[in-house]
Design a protein around this ligand. Structure first.
Ligand code: ADP
Length: 676
């Protein structure tokens, strides 16, 4: 307690005690208590001695002050026991002293002052509690109001639009009920073509409003035909939340209204009522007065805040209910291990009937997913709780031919969020709230993946054989002197195109192979990169000569080896060099150099070709990404896979790729691999 608040409470005690004391003293000196007093005095010997006014005032004020402190510190109930006992003792004492010593100990004025002091003090305490409680209630409910309060009309409009998709009303109006009972338009939706219930002078409008009022009184949907000959009707729905009618919804529809529509309308109406309630509570800005404790409006506001909170609970329940619709299995566990919620999918994956999960603990539930890679659920859980990091595993159940991905997460209180607990501000580390288990069925996905990869490799292999024959025979034919000029040209095209196809299939194959190798380690051996470069370039000189490109090798002196998969690295270098040849004009030079850096060896392929626009430099590494260049030759073969393969291979080896390029001047592709 701070000195200021201590002083304040002492002053309050003094004030209450003095007021009670003065009141009692006044009644006593005015002789208004005489008749009651006589009941507690027994006239014994001679006349009674009554204390002087000063002494009486001192006694009464002292008792009054003591009682105020007593009630203030111990509370009404405990103080009542002491006071009751005290009063009884004092009554006996009064009778005794008056009879034996003929002294009046002022029993009645003292008891009166003490009682008034006690009651006033208790009322003061209750009022303080009430203020605190109201403050907390309003603060808690305003958390939900402030989510969308400025958007109340917006959310009502959304609700109307949802109704529009089903009932297509020509006009829909949400009315809010003011405290006086008057209906005020809160949101309105109308189709452009419809003749609208336009002004409040309009009799149709008045009919609509009175229909709403009737519906609100009846507490049910009321339908009223507008014209006898067709289906056009006005429908009024009271908007009720927690037994409070907060407004009404009026619809004009031109089609039949059946029971399904009724259920939907009631549900949407419930949501609108919650929104209206929030808006109303938000707007009600009652000033707290001294008499707030006794104010009915104040109580009303508290009730409204409570309604908003209950509405929020309903909305929170929606989230949980929605989870029952998920295909993924979801379970939430309290931190004491009880299961807060488990959806039907999870029960099914765990091999349980729905409802069986109710009486299980989180541990028992995890146990149902025990496999060889998830053999100690308790250890996994401990790790999640200790580190706060999610635990993820892919589980294979060969007995049921199923693959699941399992994820255990510690859900933490995000204090900045709306759902954080009242009074808990962003302070210190986030508080753990509960555990979540998410199980996803990957069985079908795995089957598709397998099928895709099998088909790809099968297709590629099966395609390669006929293409090799086509290419071989076409090459053979080109050297036949007896062919006419035109036939030779055609045969050359066949040879080139079949080669192109074959290269494309090679890339496809390499990529699928790489994807399959995802789960395996690459096969690393000590490798001299300068040797790899020399060997690769030797095989590419022919292609370079064909395009009149000079292929130059600049090897570094004494390179240490790297640990790498020779096939993959050779293919990566080949991709870079063949790109450099393909994307450079004739009579230019492509330089391939190797160099030693601090902890790595770099291979660099530099050309004087077309270059790559700077905004696409990052993208060229992505799968299937191709740069389209003006004046590009039609037959420039491109799959967009070459560079993505290079990056994947290099990153798998713990290296990195880099690109410098200037459009029209050339490119410098390079990658590093960590040295041994
Ligand atoms: P592809 O195998 O089809 O060539 P890549 O992934 O190897 O696909 O390359 C992606 C794109 O990057 C290509 O379409 C090409 O335009 C561009 N590119 C690659 N290398 C070079 C280079 N050395 N010079 C200019 N452009 C290049």
């Amino acid at each position: 307690m701070t000195p200021a608040s201590y002083l304040k409470s002492v002053l309050t005690y003094c004030l209450i005690a003095s007021a009670a004391g003065i009141l009692s003293l006044a009644l006593w000196t005015g002789g208004l208590l005489t008749s009651i007093e006589s009941a507690f005095l027994s006239p014994g010997h001679g006349t009674l001695v009554t204390p002087s006014l000063q002494l009486a005032a001192a006694i009464i004020l002292a008792v009054s002050f003591a009682v105020a402190i007593d009630v203030g510190r111990f509370g009404g109930r405990r103080a009542l026991i002491y006071l009751g006992g005290g009063f009884l003792g004092l009554a006996a004492l009064s009778l005794f002293t008056s009879w034996y010593f003929a002294i009046d100990i002022l029993f009645v004025p003292v008891v009166l002052a003490a009682s008034v002091s006690a009651v006033t003090m208790q009322v003061k305490r209750l009022r303080e509690r009430d203020i605190e409680l109201t403050g907390k209630l309003i603060a808690a409910s305003s958390k939900f109001e402030s989510r969308k309060s400025d958007d109340a009309e917006h959310s009502l409009m959304n609700g109307l639009q949802l109704l529009d998709t089903v009932l297509s009303p020509s006009e829909a109006i949400v009315f809010r009920r003011e405290s006086g009972g008057k209906l005020i338009v809160s949101a309105r939706l109308r189709t452009a073509t419809a003749g609208s219930l336009d002004t409040s002078r309009n009799s149709a409008w008045r009919d609509g409003v009175s229909l709403c009022e009737r519906a609100m009184r009846a507490g049910d949907i009321i339908l009223e035909k507008i014209e006898e000959e067709n289906l056009a009707a006005n429908i009024a729905l009271p908007l009720r939340h927690e037994d409070r009618t907060v407004g009404a919804l009026l619809l004009r529809i031109a089609r039949k209204f059946d029971d399904d529509d009724r259920a939907l309308l009631t549900a949407v109406g419930g949501q609108m009522a919650r929104n209206l309630q929030r808006e109303e509570t938000h707007k009600a800005n009652v000033k707290r007065s001294v008499l707030a404790f006794f104010s009915a409006r104040e109580s009303e506001q508290r009730m409204e805040s409570l309604s908003v909170l209950n509405g929020a609970l309903v909305e929170q329940g929606i989230g949980i209910n929605a989870m029952s619709q998920l295909n993924d299995g979801v379970a939430l566990g309290y931190l004491d291990g009880r299961i807060a919620y488990a959806n039907a999918s999870l029960a099914e994956m765990a091999g349980l009937e729905q409802g069986q999960t109710d009486n299980m603990t989180f541990f028992e539930l995890l146990d149902r997913f025990r496999t060889d890679v998830f053999d100690e659920p308790a250890i996994a859980l401990r790790r999640v709780l200790q580190t706060g990091e999610a635990y993820e595993r892919e589980l294979n159940f060969s007995d049921r031919n199923a693959t699941y991905s399992l994820r255990i997460v510690l859900v933490q209180d995000n204090s900045a969020g709306v759902w954080s607990l009242p009074g808990r501000q962003a302070q210190g580390p986030p508080q753990p709230l509960c555990l979540a288990l998410v199980v996803r069925d990957l069985t079908q996905l795995k089957e598709y993946e397998q099928l895709r990869s099998d088909m790809l490799s099968l297709m590629s292999h099966e395609l390669r054989t006929p293409i090799t024959s086509i290419n071989g025979f076409a090459e053979l034919l080109t050297s036949d002197d007896q062919l006419s000029e035109q036939t030779r040209e055609f045969v050359t095209i066949i040879a080139n195109e079949s080669q192109r196809l074959s290269r494309m299939i090679d890339t496809f194959l390499a990529v699928t192979k790489l994807q399959r190798k995802d789960r395996q380690e690459v096969f690393k051996i000590p490798l001299r990169l300068d040797v790899v470069v020399t060997e690769t370039l030797a095989g590419m000189q022919k292609a370079a000569r064909k395009r009149r490109i000079r292929l130059v090798e600049v090897p570094a002196q004494r390179l240490p080896p790297v640990a790498a998969d020779k096939g993959m690295i050779t293919q990566a270098v080949k991709n870079l060099v063949s790109n450099a040849i393909r994307y450079s004009p004739e009579r230019t030079t492509v330089t391939v150099s190797t160099s030693l850096e601090a902890e790595a060896i770099r291979i660099c392929v530099e050309d004087r070709g077309y270059g790559i626009p700077s905004e696409q430099k990052e993208k060229v590494w992505e799968k299937f990404y191709r740069v389209v260049r003006e004046g590009q030759e039609k037959d420039e073969e491109s799959t967009g896979l070459g560079l993505s393969f290079v990056r994947e291979v290099v990153e798998k080896h713990g290296g990195s790729v880099a690109l410098e390029s200037e459009e029209g001047r050339g490119s410098k592709f390079s990658f590093t691999l960590p040295r041994l």
